[in-house]
Design a protein around this ligand. Sequence first.
Ligand SMILES: Nc1nc2c(c(=O)[nH]1)N(C=O)[C@@H](CNc1ccc(C(=O)N[C@@H](CCC(=O)O)C(=O)O)cc1)CN2
Ligand SMILES: Nc1ncnc2c1ncn2[C@@H]1O[C@H](COP(=O)(O)OP(=O)(O)OP(=O)(O)O)[C@@H](O)[C@H]1O
Length: 199
Amino acid sequence: MTGANDHEIRALKAALREEALARRDALPAQTRARAADVLAGHADMFPVDATTVVSGFWPIRSEIDPRPLLEALAARGATIVLPAVIDRRTIVFRHYEPDVALLEGSFGTFAPGPDAEPLDPALMLMPLAAFDDAGNRIGYGAGYYDRAIARLHEAGHRPRLVGLAFECQRVAAVPAQPHDVPLDTVLTENGLQEFARRG
Ligand SMILES: Nc1nc2c(c(=O)[nH]1)N(C=O)[C@@H](CNc1ccc(C(=O)N[C@@H](CCC(=O)O)C(=O)O)cc1)CN2
Ligand SMILES: Nc1ncnc2c1ncn2[C@@H]1O[C@H](COP(=O)(O)OP(=O)(O)OP(=O)(O)O)[C@@H](O)[C@H]1O
């Protein structure tokens, strides 16, 4: 890929991100609360048991709230982990237990501290800014998730990637770059959508 093309893709992604986040920010409280409940109502669609490590996230800004869904999965025995930013390029996933205090990290995120056990998720419930009908996603632009997934792939793991989002974050097409790892599934207030599994 040429430098100019890459530059154009980045600019297009930035514009799509900004527009989708503005739509997400504008959602009324009732829509958000209902969406969180709808997500939790789909917990049975995920094959988890007491051996499954599931990554969630502690919602920031206007992100959809995955916590009721995480609680439902934990009730079925799943181990929940949350992303912790450890440097400008890296997130690790740390064991989340409801009674342990979360520490505030970069960008207003909250995560378990360094005493919490790091674990690799088999099911990743991922935040996103925008997504399309092929499962391409855009995050906040830091590349944390894309790098974390690349690392898991290198270690021989193929976690199932599930984006959690509002329908207003759906766009016609996300221009994918070589490092972008597409979603297997997206779950919105309208339900689950499976994408063709690649690789
Ligand atoms: N809830 C939640 N937790 C998460 C993430 C996430 O997307 N959501 N992350 C997913 O990676 C990691 C944190 N990464 C983040 C990266 C950037 C921004 C952010 O708000 N960026 C600013 C730009 C900052 C700058 O570059 O100056 C922005 O978008 O305006 C937030 C989180 C780990 N934890
Ligand atoms: N596997 C990777 N190895 C090295 N750099 C990467 C990798 N994945 C992403 N990056 C870098 O991270 C930066 C941000 O990428 P991108 O715009 O795709 O982020 P994003 O999808 O919005 O973020 P995220 O994946 O954290 O949600 C880019 O400069 C990209 O080159």
